[in-house]
Design a protein around this ligand. Structure first.
Ligand SMILES: NC(=O)c1ccc[n+]([C@@H]2O[C@H](COP(=O)([O-])OP(=O)(O)OC[C@H]3O[C@@H](n4cnc5c(N)ncnc54)[C@H](OP(=O)(O)O)[C@@H]3O)[C@@H](O)[C@H]2O)c1
Length: 292
């Protein structure tokens, strides 16, 4: 039987990769946007409980993916109450609405649940976030694990790939350097770059098997942000001379960042039988589909 898949937040980076993967399969798929109108998607504010109930009743999904979130760490730091309404409370309301159904919930958390001081991190290491975005992720993970333990929770790292808004790190590096502008990049923030279409494929594979629990879902290499930028230049044949390595303190980011959130992915690899794509592999795949 065809699987019915609802993607809440299909206008974003991860959501659009999920949508594309689902559309290429035989699934019946419905994707939503909130502020960024995209053809083919339906509007939905996750905070609108009545609208969420209606879409669940009408579409009757087997799987609900929730990449929807306010992801900008600075915005979350500035407005902890307003962003909690989306990142925590709306997900809790969704759990309430799913009660009594056997819908498989797939939620995306983050490597920012850790403080980055004691890498590598396994799934059961105790979270200790350094910013409000990470704190909201920890609260939501805990809610889901307690109230809907059949759910799948994935923790990606810095996600990159093609997207409508072009705001992810790889797209920004390409935009700045192609325009001949310099770009200051942190040399003291490390994590595991994660290619969005690969994350989508892994998420769908696990969801199809109805895998439950919490998994790290990142690429196999831990790179300082500056080294990731250099890898982007190497694959896209851009000069690295416009990249300026700086300590995080010089970036004046409104939210603290963890230093090194290298994630152990062996639990995921035991299930999918492979490592996720390394930066060079993901960037090469991205280059093939990126309009010049
Ligand atoms: N990007 C990363 O590097 C990264 C790293 C680790 C974890 N993650 C996690 O992965 C997930 C997906 O991230 P992403 O990079 O795809 O984020 P994104 O590109 O910013 O997309 C976020 C999505 O959430 C939707 N959204 C925002 N507020 C909403 C609301 N009130 N109701 C319904 N939808 C709403 C957005 O819709 P509109 O744009 O239409 O408003 C968009 O579709 C997030 O949970 C994020 O925390 C991301």
């Amino acid at each position: 039987m065809q699987s019915r898949e609802l993607i809440i937040g299909a206008s974003g980076l991860v959501g659009s990769a999920l949508l594309q993967a689902a559309q290429a399969s035989d699934a019946v798929v419905l994707g939503t946007y909130c502020h960024t109108k995209v053809d083919g998607l339906v509007p939905l504010d996750l905070c609108d409980r009545t609208a969420v109930r209606k879409i669940l009743e009408e579409f009757r999904p087997d799987i609900v993916y929730v990449p929807a979130a306010i992801v900008n760490a600075e915005q979350v730091e500035r407005d902890p109450v307003g962003t909690k309404a989306v990142n925590v409370d709306a997900v809790e309301a969704l759990i309430d609405l799913l009660q009594g159904s056997n819908v498989h919930l797939v939620y995306f958390s983050s490597d920012y649940v850790f403080d980055g001081l004691h890498p590598p991190y396994k799934e059961d290491d105790v979270p200790h976030p350094v910013n409000e975005y990470g704190r909201q992720k920890v609260i939501t993970e805990t809610l889901i694990r307690e109230r809907r333990p059949t759910s799948l929770i994935l923790r990606p790292g810095v996600v990159y790939g093609l997207e409508h808004q072009g705001k992810n790190f790889a797209m920004r590096v390409l935009r700045e350097l192609r325009a001949g502008r310099t770009m200051s990049v942190a040399m003291d923030q490390s994590n595991n770059p994660t290619y969005a279409p690969d994350l989508a494929e892994v998420s769908r594979e696990l969801a199809a098997k109805r895998v439950s629990g919490l998994f790290h879902a990142v690429g196999p290499e831990t790179l300082a942000r500056f080294d990731f930028a250099r890898e982007i230049c190497s694959v896209f044949e851009l000069p690295t001379t416009l990249l300026v390595p700086v300590p995080s303190s010089e970036l004046r980011q409104g939210a603290l960042r963890p230093k090194n959130v290298c994630l152990d992915t062996s639990a995921l690899e035991r299930i999918i039988g492979r490592k996720m794509l390394a930066p060079r592999e993901g960037l090469t795949a991205m280059k093939r589909i990126l309009p010049a």
